[in-house]
Write a protein of this length. Structure first.
Length: 136
């Protein structure tokens, strides 16, 4: 049930030879994201449970979920970009139906992230699901 944008990332990952290339690609995805304006880097938008500083700003248009995000760590910015591809544009009610663990598993992220990064990724997914549920 992945979005087209996420499918593009998954297809790119299939062609990359090793994890280091995939890691670099995730970082490039993060660099390509527009930065979150500093005015949104506030405690209420900060994600708890991440080793790095992470902010997610939900943006709901109609019944569609979207968000902006940022981090002080390049790899985490890339993970935010991956999550954006996974969730952006979905109807609010569909966000909770996304099996993020399975979808991210297709990229092999679970096998190559430190436990702290994995915990942070789970915290970001939880925040996304909470935000969508509270507005559905």
């Amino acid at each position: 049930m992945a979005t087209e944008a996420f499918e593009e990332i998954a297809e790119t990952f299939e062609f990359l030879e090793d994890w280091e290339e995939r890691y670099r690609h995730v970082i490039e995805l993060g660099k390509a994201m527009p930065p979150l304006d500093d005015s949104f880097k506030v405690p209420t938008l900060k994600v708890q449970g991440c080793a790095s500083q992470v902010w997610l700003r939900p943006m709901i248009e109609g019944n569609r979920f979207d968000f902006q995000g940022d981090s002080d760590a390049l790899i985490v910015r890339g993970l935010i970009a991956v999550l954006h591809a996974l969730y952006s544009g979905l109807p609010l009610a569909e966000v909770a139906k996304v099996d993020a663990t399975a979808e991210l598993g297709r990229l092999g992220l679970n096998d190559h992230l430190s436990s702290q990064r994995s915990n942070g990724l789970r915290a970001m997914v939880a925040r996304i699901r909470e935000e969508a549920a509270s507005r559905a």
